[in-house]
Design a protein around this ligand. Sequence first.
Ligand SMILES: NC(=O)c1ccc[n+]([C@@H]2O[C@H](COP(=O)([O-])OP(=O)(O)OC[C@H]3O[C@@H](n4cnc5c(N)ncnc54)[C@H](O)[C@@H]3O)[C@@H](O)[C@H]2O)c1
Length: 371
Amino acid sequence: MRVGTVREIKNHEYRVGLTPESARELVTHGHEVWVESGAGQGIGASDADYTRQGAKIVATAREIFEGCEMVVKVKEPQASERAMLREGQILYTYLHLAPDPEQTADLVKSGVTAIAYETVTGPGGQLPLLKPMSQVAGRMSIQAGATALEKAHGGRGVLLGGVPGVMPGKVAVIGGGVVGFNAAQMAVGLGADVTILDRSPDVLERLGIYFEARAKTRFASTANLAESVADADLVIGAVLIPGAAAPKLVTRDMLGTMKLGAVLVDVAIDQGGCFETSHATTHAEPTFVVDGIVHYCVANMPGAVARTSTYALNNVTLPHALAIANLGWKAALQADPYLAEGLNVHAGKVTFEAVATELGYDYVPVSDVLG
Ligand SMILES: NC(=O)c1ccc[n+]([C@@H]2O[C@H](COP(=O)([O-])OP(=O)(O)OC[C@H]3O[C@@H](n4cnc5c(N)ncnc54)[C@H](O)[C@@H]3O)[C@@H](O)[C@H]2O)c1
């Protein structure tokens, strides 16, 4: 199969669908890989890095869309890209169609076979193609919080690990899922005094077994939460209620109980945020202060570490890309029910129920398409 990847054109998107190493993997399996010139620039991969791995560099995205059977991307296709999609082509990328009627209409009209990273599942119902971005954001949250705690950034001037003879900083992580676990790992690694709060007994048990005495676990009752937040130098908001807006667990009143210059990092900001005083910020201006408390609320944290994020994403997307290239999309989806859940649009039909319901399309189950 001829597989292509383009330079991402969404504002401030530096990741790329295929790394040079992923291109090599496809080439090794007998496929042809076309890469738009400059596609890897944001992760420090030059055109020469791709050609060394057996890919062919082409000058424009148009050549990729015209010449490739499958296009592998990161972000949903922008309007100018959607205009180049064609019937029978496979598009494999993040799509997030439910809140995006224009994109959905264009994909339906184009006749493309669109497989969305975010709806591919795994055993146990997880979303393995979203997980690496939560891992990145969780780990970054401690880095971002530690920087914000410095005086020059408005923080209270606390070093999370302390030094011999001086107590370490206190970190409260609210939500012990993928983001929270990775945040706690980083904070523990720095030598901070870490408490993880969650409402799920199973999650608390798993965290307790993993961290043993290196981190405390605490049930996230209203009272416990208020106490841990008041006591913390750094609070990480990492809760998720699937399909719902994040609950506002830290109210404006609670800020008054916190230490002046303490820091809130709201990773859940992409779901509306779990602190009442949060609003989404960008990497250009990541923080703001409310009542003396520094807020960091960047909605696309992984974008700042595009290289790490791209490699983490490719680790989970490449096996499916290979299966699709090796078997063809239909046989690949027939062989893998988890990958089949990724099919959102095929030949003018919406094949993902939530998208069809949300946007008023007839829903055609994937099983009907696969026969
Ligand atoms: N800002 C970014 O760049 C970025 C990047 C990746 C993920 N995220 C977001 O981070 C959030 C967390 O993602 P995740 O992958 O860790 O989700 P997850 O499902 O793995 O974990 C969420 C955890 O929150 C817990 N929880 C739910 N309600 C709670 C409550 N009231 N109190 C305490 N804990 C509660 C759950 O039990 C679960 O353990 C999501 O909103 C996700 O979209 C943001």
